[in-house]
Design a protein around this ligand. Structure first.
Ligand code: CUA
Length: 142
């Protein structure tokens, strides 16, 4: 298992993590083993926790994470599953349309897709305590 953990994601060399995400996607395609696999969504997990977002590629078992920065490939469907271990948060990226509660005991999913490279702002859309208003993140579409 890969054990890279990224803190202070804004300063992490973005191409490296992006390659890891691509690698995960390619690995998935090999496992699926069919020619349509390129259209399978890329999976990530958005874990809300007072008061930050930890993104797992593709899930907490992978050990590949980034903090408050979600890296996605441009032009691909990305299936975001939310997760919380404390209170209810809500993952919301207004320009990508994705808005989904992160609720303890539930793991719902939503699809997002960025058609242009860039940085898309995201926020927590559910009041979750004193740090709620600072619980923002960005989506980096490469
Ligand atoms: Cu988390 Cu508001």
């Amino acid at each position: 298992p890969r054990t890279l953990t990224v803190g202070g994601g804004l300063f992490f060399p973005l191409p490296v993590l992006f390659l890891l995400v691509l690698y995960s996607a390619m690995e998935g395609e090999v496992l699926i083993g069919n020619s349509e696999a390129g259209e399978e969504p890329i999976r990530v997990t958005a874990e809300g926790q007072m008061w930050q977002w930890r993104f797992h590629y593709p899930d907490p078992d992978s050990g590949v994470t980034s903090l408050n920065v979600l890296h996605i490939p441009v032009g691909r469907v990305v299936e975001v599953t939310t997760l919380s271990r404390d209170v209810i948060h809500s993952f919301w990226v207004p320009r990508l349309g994705g808005k989904l509660d992160a609720t303890p005991g539930h793991s719902p999913s939503i699809n997002i897709q960025a058609d242009q490279t860039g940085t898309y702002g995201g926020v927590c859309a559910e009041y979750c305590g004193t740090g709620h208003s600072g619980m923002s993140f960005v989506v980096e579409a490469h």
